[in-house]
Design a protein around this ligand. Sequence first.
Ligand code: ZN
Length: 240
Amino acid sequence: MVAKHLPLANRCKSVASGGTYLVFDMGRLRSTLIRHYAHIRSSVLVAQRTFYYALLQVPSLGSDIARSASSRTTPERFQALYPGLIGWIRGTLAAHAAHARPVASAGFERLPHYFSENLLASAKFVAVDQVPTPPLQELGLSRFAAFLLNDPDGITYLDTYFVRRVRATDEALHFHELIHVVQWLLLGPEYFLGAYAAGLEGFGYRDSPLERMAYDAQSAFATGQVFDAEKLVAQKLSRQ
Ligand SMILES: [Zn+2]
C-alpha cells in the first residue's frame, strides 16, 4: 500500500512504559526482523505448530501501538482468518483479471534498471478508480481497520497490484508496489500476510517492516540511485 499524503515524520515518539510486547510470526522472517531492527530486543521465542513466533520487547513505541499490542491477534486467530483473506484476494484478482496488464507493457523507463525483465513481464497492474481493499469486518479483521489507509493509491496482492487511475503513470508508485510484489513472491502468501498483519499491529502502517522496506527503497529510487531492487528485498528478508 502507499499513502496518498505521506507523513514523512510520522514516527512513534512516545515511550510505552515497561516496553510493549509484540507478536511476530514466521520462522523465515523471524530472525530477519530481529536482526534488521537491531533496537528490538528478542525476549522469548515460542514454537507453535509449523510457525514460530517471536515475542519481542520494544521499549519505545507509541501509545496507539501499545494499546493495539495489548490486544493483538493471536497466531491461532490469524491461522483461522487466513483462508478467508486469501480467498477474498484470489477472488478479487480473478474478478479483475481481464484488466490486468503486465507492468512491462506500461513502458516505464526507469523500472527496468531496478527489476528483472522476468519480474516486469510477470507482475501485473490494474488501474482502477478505487483500489479494492479487503472487507475487514466481514473477514473478521476489523481490528486492522485503524491501521490501514483509507482509499489508498495502491495495493498489492500476490503478483498483481492495483493503482488509482489518476496515479497510473506515477513510476514511483509502481516501484513501491513492485517492492511488495517481490515481498509476496519471496515470502509466499501466508508468510506475507502474517508478517504484514503483525507489522501493522506492532508498528502501525508506516513503520511496519514490510512497508518501511518499500518506503525506504522508494526514497532511494526517488534520489536517482540505481540498484537491484529484487536483490535488495531478498537481502533484507534473509539478513542473518
Ligand atoms: Zn506499501
